[in-house]
Ligand binder design. Structure first.
Ligand code: SAH
Ligand code: SF4
Ligand code: F3S
Length: 452
């Protein structure tokens, strides 16, 4: 019989399906980089064209596992036709479910967590050689980042993960369990990854983490640096036009960080600062670590330093014990802040979280109604914020060609999408655009050319 390894088909193509937060988006990009380096794999748009299928999953909200299994059912059919295909499940569902996934879906070759994907090439090799199924969901202390290839910048905007995990343990949330404890990358590593992106033509960088303002990493001086110090250092990098970050936690919103919005010209006036609820009783029950007044004062301070800052938030309605009065407090807080946008969710118990032990006692119909009321308010606020843009001249970073012929697409400083007539030569430049029309989620503008 022929040597088993020789009879293996070559691996050429990779398909990655990504769910969840921006950290997962970042991780999927890095998985593609690492598989490209190890196997020369090329990304394809359809699972049926792939030799390797990876799912990068999210377990933050309800039915996460069910969605994964139903998607896997589709991949199973592909694998029946092409048994050499490799199917892997990574990310937060991978981390939480571990071997249960292969028990229920035995055609899955590989289960891995967010901290082990740097070992993908090794794992794939072993699967092909030994025809085994693997599960790697431990959380090694080592930095996966040390084992990743060069981060290639694609396009105008890029992301850099600066820390992993979460230590906040909000009672409803799985993230501390799926991502592990907060671990901050050293400043030098972050700066070096940012420089790589800038060298590839990226001009806007977003720093990522579940709680970026909880960042505490080793600085080049061997001292502990906090997030604001890191921001000032990144802002100094040559070629960086725009700097953003997400997500921040109200508990660690320092005055220095608010002030950075006034002092760092590259730092864009947009902040996602999730509050979850406007009721003190709910904030306490959720273990958020701050009350409503503290949050409102932070917003005030931010606006003193940066009057035009656009704000967004996450909200949960129907947390166990939420009364009508609690929910009214949420609406009231949202009105006082005046958000530009918000993500609103109905509470769903997540296995393994403390809140899952409490009775999920807000009836579904009440959750639905509260969600609709909050969404209606948020839509009004977004629409008003968009209307205020009309007639303004704003700075737009040109990112790519728009959907319509001759259109370009870019983003304003406060992260709104703008379409305008322009040319591909403008990609990567920041240009003045007069806003002439608003659509639901985006704007139309006219480029102001020199001499106009
Ligand atoms: N680290 C970020 C967000 C993490 S998860 C933060 O602290 O804000 C993203 C959002 O999902 C949360 O802000 C929350 O609004 C929502 N979420 C998390 N767990 C949830 C649950 N069990 N039910 C409903 N929404 C949830
Ligand atoms: Fe989840 Fe809270 Fe951590 Fe955000 S801060 S990831 S909501 S535990
Ligand atoms: Fe989801 Fe994990 Fe991100 S649970 S939100 S993919 S950290």
């Amino acid at each position: 019989m022929k040597d088993k390894t020789k009879s293996l088909q070559s691996l050429d193509t990779l398909f990655i399906r990504t769910y969840g937060c921006q950290m997962n988006e970042y991780d999927s990009g890095r998985m593609a980089d690492i598989m490209k380096q190890a196997y020369g794999l090329r990304l394809v748009a359809l699972p049926e064209d792939a030799d390797v299928i990876l799912m990068n999953t999210c377990s933050v909200r309800e039915k996460a596992e069910e969605k994964v299994y139903s998607e896997l059912g589709r991949y199973r059919k592909l694998k029946l036709k092409r048994p050499d295909m490799i199917i892997g499940v990574g990310g937060c569902v991978g981390q939480q479910e571990g071997e249960r996934i292969q028990k229920r879906a035995p055609y899955v070759d590989l289960v891995f967590g967010p901290q082990t994907y740097h070992r993908l090439p090794e794992m794939v090799k072993q699967i092909r050689r030994e025809r085994v199924h693997l599960t790697q969901v431990e959380m090694p202390e080592i930095e996966k980042f040390d084992h990743l290839p060069k981060h290639q910048g694609q396009g105008v905007a890029g992301c850099v993960t600066i820390m992993e995990g979460c230590d906040k343990f909000c009672t409803f949330c799985v993230v501390p369990y799926t991502r592990g404890p907060e671990l901050s990358r050293p400043v030098a590593d972050i700066l070096s990854e940012c420089r790589q992106l800038l060298a590839d033509g990226v001009v806007e960088i977003s720093l990522l983490g579940q709680n970026v303002n909880g960042y505490r990493g080793v600085g080049p001086d061997d001292e502990e640096w906090d997030f604001t110090m890191l921001l000032y250092a990144v802002a100094k990098l040559d070629g960086l036009k725009r700097l953003r970050f997400t997500t921040s936690h109200p508990m660690e919103m320092t005055s220095e960080l608010c002030q950075a919005f006034a002092e760092i010209p590259q730092l864009m006036p947009y902040l996602h600062l999730p509050v979850q609820s406007g009721s003190d009783a709910m904030l306490k029950a959720m273990h958020r670590g701050h009350d409503r007044d503290t949050y409102l004062r932070q917003i005030e301070e931010l606006r003193e330093y940066c009057p035009d800052i656009a704000l967004s938030s996450d909200f949960i309605v129907g947390y166990p014990g939420e009364s009508d009065a609690d929910f009214e407090d949420t609406l009231d807080l949202a009105r006082r802040v005046g958000y530009d946008s918000a993500y609103c969710f109905k509470y769903s118990p997540r296995p393994g979280t403390p809140a899952a032990h409490a009775e999920d006692n807000v009836p579904e119909a009440v959750k639905d109604e509260r969600l609709q009321r909050l969404l209606t308010l948020m839509r009004e606020q977004s629409r008003e914020a968009m209307q205020r843009q009309l007639g303004r001249t704003v700075e737009v970073l040109v990112e790519k060609a728009g959907r319509n012929e001759g259109d370009m697409e870019g983003r304003t400083a406060d992260y709104r999408i703008v379409h305008f007539r322009g040319s591909a030569r403008q990609i990567g430049q920041v240009m003045p655009v007069r806003i002439v029309e608003t659509y639901g989620q985006s704007l139309r503008g006219e480029l102001i050319l020199a001499g106009d």
